[in-house]
Design a binder for this molecule. Structure first.
Ligand code: FMN
Length: 410
């Protein structure tokens, strides 16, 4: 099968990795309404087709947070990527680096910061949650500083974990029934390519960054209870100074959906923020990220760097987000599907596809520099925004419930 887009990579990932893992990546919280809205609302934003513009030269380059990006995309932090492909975070970081963009490494990754920086050979961004164990947090922040990570994404939309029904049903959250090991074994045996790549050759399967704080834990299952009980939900704006004291790079706030929070982020001295609802994995019923973006960009876009993530599945989505005020998009499941389907080459191909889609979208809207994308590229921007804003959660069956792609056998 020759994948043509991110939806095809989703289907390839579904076939290649165990169901428990695919559902972990693919799923959202509760009824998954916000997960669906994240993608479906992009379709309500319509681009203006323009003609007879010289589009022989198009620039995708942008400067964000003192760094040049070859295109306005960053790989979002995605936990446990080292379980989708052998040493997955390293493979993804290399693919991103080759494409001229950074990976933002999840603090809940399998490969730790040192391994990824060493094997990728280029600086990466790092993501952190507020952990109760401040001593360990301090070590992580100092490690990120020492390794030259230029940007820290501080994730704040997970004071408590949202419930994902798929994970409960699959036993990811800990199923102690007698038949659970049999089900897990069957899941593995029906995905032998993954077993050889990851289960046999991709060890150790620890959460590398937090392993020193969880002595004795050797498997993903043994880490989950610690992860769940370690999020510090006493976190408030007053703790931000502590982070700054221990980290010297740029800090961006990940998980903002509200204009008031965005304004507070400016007052608290953040360098940027990511409009995000954690990919529909936290507050189900929250608005889609693309509908939350415009008022936030209008309110604070001149004061800090505004990014967005959630439902970005094509270069066209990236252009729409840029037109609505983002300085760049973080890609979550898009790269995770690529990694799960084909490892590093899968991530590289996803990025190539999205780059080409963005180039084409720019050419057909008559825009030759992605940093100049604004609302003039949209059809009736006001109406589009009102429609996106007014939209409730997308109905079941909308875009992310992608139809099983009908793909020819290779
Ligand atoms: C499997 C999975 C794991 C994730 N793990 C993290 C994480 O460890 N830290 C974090 O800040 N966000 C995490 N996220 C959220 C992503 O960084 C990002 O906000 C989200 O995936 C964007 O939505 P999209 O997948 O629709 O692009 C995770 C998302 C997924 C799908």
């Amino acid at each position: 099968m020759r994948p043509a887009n991110v939806a095809d990579y989703r289907e390839l990932a579904r076939r290649r990795i165990p169901k428990v893992l695919f559902d972990y990546v693919d799923g959202g919280s509760y009824s998954e309404a916000t997960l669906r809205a994240n993608s479906a609302d992009f379709e309500k934003v319509r681009l203006r087709q323009r003609v007879l513009v010289d589009v022989s030269k198009i620039s995708l380059k942008s400067q964000v947070l003192g760094q040049e990006l070859a295109m306005p995309m960053v790989l979002s932090p995605v936990g446990m990527a080292g379980m989708y492909a052998r040493r997955g975070e390293v493979q993804a970081a290399k693919a991103a680096n080759d494409a001229g963009i950074p990976l933002c490494l999840s603090s809940m990754s399998i490969c730790d910061l040192k391994e990824v920086v060493r094997d990728c050979g280029a600086p990466i961004w790092f993501q952190l949650y507020m952990l109760k164990d401040r001593g360990h947090m301090k070590e992580l922040l100092q490690c990120a500083t020492a390794l030259g990570c230029p940007v820290l994404a501080f994730t704040v939309d997970l004071p408590v974990p949202g419930t994902r029904y798929r994970d409960i049903r699959n036993g990811l959250a800990g199923d102690r029934s007698w038949h659970a090991p049999l089900r897990r074994a069957w899941d593995g045996l029906t995905h032998l390519d993954w077993v050889w790549d990851v289960w046999v050759n991709g060890r150790p399967h620890t959460f590398g960054n937090v392993a020193p704080a969880v002595p004795g834990a050797r498997s993903v299952g043994e880490f989950w209870p610690w992860v769940r009980s370690s999020m510090d939900n006493t976190l408030t704006w007053s703790h931000i100074d502590w982070i700054r004291e221990n980290y010297s790079g740029k800090i961006i706030l990940k998980g903002v959906q509200d204009v008031e929070d965005a304004r507070q982020a400016v007052r608290s001295g953040f360098d940027g923020l990511i409009v995000s609802n954690h990919g529909g994995r936290q507050l189900d019923g929250a608005q889609s990220s693309i509908s939350a973006l415009p008022p936030i960009a209008d309110a604070v876009g001149d004061d800090l760097t505004v990014f967005m993530d959630g439902g970005v599945r094509s270069g066209l989505d990236v252009l729409k987000a840029m037109a609505l005020g983002a300085k760049g998009c973080f890609l979550g499941r898009a790269w995770a599907y690529g990694l799960a389907a084909r490892g590093g080459p899968g991530v590289a191909h996803v990025l190539k596809i999205m780059r080409n889609e963005l180039l084409t979208a720019l050419a057909l809207t008559g825009c030759t520099d992605v940093t100049r994308a604004d609302r003039s590229l949209l059809i009736d921007a006001q109406a589009a925004l009102a429609e996106v804003k007014a939209s409730g959660p997308a109905p079941a069956g909308a875009r992310t419930r992608a139809p099983k792609a009908k793909l020819a056998a290779e």
